[in-house]
Design a protein around this ligand. Structure first.
Ligand code: NAP
Length: 259
């Protein structure tokens, strides 16, 4: 399917690997010039070089920490006027909520709520003037179905979702959409890290932890990052102009509800 976004400019935050990377890849495949981001400069440059070679579009790496206002400035300097913004960031580590300090809570809210809102504040005006804009926020299945130890992540992302629910309705008539994609368990470095930590704590192998977790998923497997990127690219396409303020859960059937 032609996504109708060839030549569009996209910023994809936190995209040197994992879910952010596949979103950037699918947008590049659709013909968008993309700005990609991560803190590790070497890894980011390697990803940018691979993507530019594979898709023949302009791929600009911006090595920056999203939590830092200078990092955001650097992203916007590379692409002041994006047509597409994919908000993503690292997630806070698993932690019992009783152990969270005030500073850790504030940092979590900044990372998983405030940064996305700030980037939207700075980019949505020109999108509405141009009458084309696509904003996708990568949140988490834990927004709908809480996971013990991920309370800060769930709370900050739920805050982002609620904050933008109203905003989305104010720009819908300008062909600017704001949607969220909620990943369940996807096979990325983050999930592999969680699996490795659990294996260490329980004194069993990572393979045992992974297969026990996969067995709880109706699809009986983890999601592949590419399955996520394709959904993101569709929400950024011209075909998705009537989809806004939505939460697309991609979790292999884990959330057990009819709606
Ligand atoms: N994978 C899952 O199963 C799953 C499930 C639910 C929710 N999620 C959420 O989805 C998001 C993406 O997950 P993932 O699995 O793709 O993670 P990942 O494999 O760990 O990749 C994270 C990406 O974000 C970048 N990054 C992290 N912190 C950053 C910062 N402060 N500034 C700029 N870039 C930053 C990393 O690059 P550098 O390290 O170089 O900075 C990397 O490119 C996370 O918020 C995660 O919590 C994932």
């Amino acid at each position: 399917m032609d996504l109708g976004i060839k030549g569009r400019k996209a910023i994809v935050c936190a995209s040197s690997r994992g879910l952010g990377r596949v979103c950037a890849e699918r947008l590049a495949e659709a013909g968008c010039d993309v700005v990609i981001n991560g803190r590790d400069e070497a890894r980011l440059s390697a990803t940018a070089a691979e993507m530019a070679k594979r898709y023949g579009v302009k791929v600009t790496p911006v090595a920056a920490d999203l939590a830092n206002p200078d990092g955001q400035k650097a992203l916007l300097a590379a692409c002041p006027d994006p047509d597409i913004l994919v908000n993503n960031n690292g997630g806070p580590p698993l932690r019992d909520f009783r152990e969270l300090t005030r500073q850790q809570m504030l940092d979590g809210v900044i990372a998983n709520m405030v940064v996305a809102i700030e980037l939207i504040q700075k980019t949505i005006g020109p999108m509405t003037e141009r009458r084309f804009g696509r904003i996708v926020n990568i949140t988490s299945g834990s927004v709908k179905m809480p996971l013990a130890g991920l309370d800060l992540s769930s709370g900050a992302r739920a805050g982002l979702t609620a904050f933008l629910a109203g905003v989305a309705r104010t720009v819908a008539d300008k062909n600017v959409t704001i949607n969220h994609i909620l990943p369940g368990a996807f096979d990325t470095d983050r999930l592999r890290g969680v699996v490795a930590n659990t294996a260490k704590t329980k004194g069993i192998s990572p393979e045992e932890v992974a297969s026990a977790r996969a067995a709880t998923i109706p699809a009986k497997r983890f999601g592949q990052a590419d399955e996520f990127g394709a959904a993101c690219a569709f929400l950024c396409s011209t075909h998705a102009g009537y989809i806004t303020g939505q939460n697309l859960l991609i979790d292999g059937g884990v959330f057990n509800g009819a709606f």
